[in-house]
Structures are given as C-alpha cells and as structure tokens.
Design a protein around this ligand. Structure first.
Ligand SMILES: [Fe+2]
Ligand SMILES: [Fe+2]
Length: 278
C-alpha cells in the first residue's frame, strides 16, 4: 500500500478569478436550501480555518530539510491562501443575502485564538492534519460522485471543484510535515476526535442559522430530503465513514487513498486558457 506522497506531484496555486454570481442565488444548489447551506456553512469556516492551517505548518517550516517537502509547503501555503481569499468573496455574497456571517465566524475565531495561545505547536499541527483529512475525503467524493453538485449553479460548482482539486493535491503536506517533526499517532487521533466534534458543531450551526433566516427551519421536507442526501442509503456522508476511520490506523498516510487520477482528470479544467473561456 502506498504510504508516501507520490513522486512528481506538483502542488501549485492557480491564479483564477471566479467571478461569482452577483447576487448569489439564495439556493444556488439546484434550488435546494439544505444542500446550498451545507456548502455555505463550510465556506464560512474556510477563511479563518485555512489561515490557521498555514500558520500551523509555518511553525515547523524551518525544521524541514527535505527540498521536495519544502517546495510542497510553498505550494500548500499558496493554495490555502487563494482558497481563503475566494471564500472571503463568497462569504461576502452570503452577507449580502442577509445571513449573519460575523455571528457564525465568532465562535471559530475565539476557539482558534485560544488554540494558538494555549495549545502546544504539535497539537496545532495535528489539528490541521485532522481537518485536512476531512477536506481530502470530501474533495475526493465531490470530484468522483456527481451527487455532490448535481443541479448546482455552474460557477459555484466550478469554485467547489477547484477547491476540491487543490485539496487533493496538497492533502498530505501538513501530514508529511507532522511525520517529520512530531509524529505522535496518539495526538493525531485526539485531534481528529476534537476536530470531528467542532466541524459538526460549526457546520450544523451555520445550516440552522441560514435555514432559520430563510424561514425553513421547521420545514420537515427540507430536513427529510437533506438528511437522506447526507445519511440515507446512498448518502454522501454515509459513504465517507470508512475512509474517515482510516485516519485512526497506526500506519495511515493520506496517499493510501490514491486518487491521482482525479487530479489528472480535473486539472485541465483550470488551465489558464480554460479559465479565460469560462
Ligand atoms: Fe483549502
Ligand atoms: Fe487544505
């Protein structure tokens, strides 16, 4: 089983201007409030979350001597920086629709301030590895399974696929830095348990807030269809349980889920000429 990052993998930020719909259609995901707000709730977390990922890797950057990994760190920082930037623009569109993004960001900002002040550096990097695993398994599924974005506004789908592509490319960077500098599996598992709780908490809070503002919080059809989409027999989250649990194994490495073919399949969509044409 492959247990390292594939040789020759290039991690480079793409300079793209997404020109998001303005105004953003309130339910840009095929008119479905639940699906739209599941994605929106994640978007709210990205600017602060990704800044934290970058900072936690930077804490160990000087200790890395491997030139390949040093180059990958540069790519990782560039990619996450761009994601943060694009999601700020996306979140501004959400503000303009009347959602209280400041309220939704407040809890995460406070928590990250606490973590940076009180947690040891290795625990901070372990948290990044854990959340990067979350984003990696969701990115993989989003690129593979048309259910994730079926019916979505094409510009929004393009943004999410770009983010998923780059999350796939850099999925092992924080992990490889952690392996070369910290290495405790116990800390990784603890970080994953905590991250799972907070990710669920934050995305649920975002979803509830946005559904409430839309007057759909108590609409049972929205919940029935939404929860079936996530956790039903063919649910998009249900299918992730196995790959999520792999993280707890003693020999886990992100590239054991080898999906380089997805990088090859989607990267052509984000070459400069195709972005100009889109
Ligand atoms: Fe990202
Ligand atoms: Fe990432």
């Amino acid at each position: 089983m492959a247990s390292t990052t594939p040789a020759g993998l290039e991690i480079r930020p793409r300079q793209l201007d997404f020109d998001l719909p303005n105004p953003l259609p309130r339910h840009w995901h095929g008119g479905d409030a639940f699906k739209t707000h599941m994605f929106n709730a994640m978007s709210v977390l990205f600017p602060d979350g990704e800044r934290f990922f970058i900072e936690s890797v930077r804490l160990f950057r000087e200790q890395i001597e491997d030139p390949v990994l040093k180059e990958q760190i540069r790519g990782f920082i560039g990619q996450e920086g761009h994601h943060s930037h694009e999601h700020l623009a996306y979140n501004q569109r959400l503000r303009e629709l009347g959602y209280d993004i400041d309220y939704l960001e407040r809890g995460l900002k406070k928590r990250l301030t606490f973590v940076k002040k009180h947690l040891p550096h290795d625990a901070q990097l372990a948290s990044t590895c854990a959340v990067e695993h979350f984003t990696a398994i969701m990115a993989d599924a989003l690129l593979k399974d048309p259910q994730w974005l079926a019916g979505a506004d094409p510009k929004m789908a393009r943004l999410w696929r770009w983010h998923a592509l780059e999350e796939t490319e850099h999925k092992a960077v924080a992990f490889d830095v952690y392996q070369q500098t910290c290495g405790s599996r116990w800390l990784l598992r603890r970080a994953m348990l905590q991250s799972t709780f907070f990710f669920t908490w934050d995305t649920t809070k975002g979803l509830l807030h946005m559904l409430k503002r839309d007057g759909l919080l108590w609409n049972w059809r929205v919940w029935r269809d939404g929860l079936t989409w996530l956790w039903g027999k063919d649910g998009i989250y249900r299918k992730l349980v196995g790959v999520y649990l792999d993280f707890y194994r003693g020999d886990f490495h992100p590239w054991q889920h080898n999906n380089l073919e997805l990088v090859a399949q989607f990267k052509g969509d984000y070459e400069p000429q195709s972005s100009a044409a889109a």
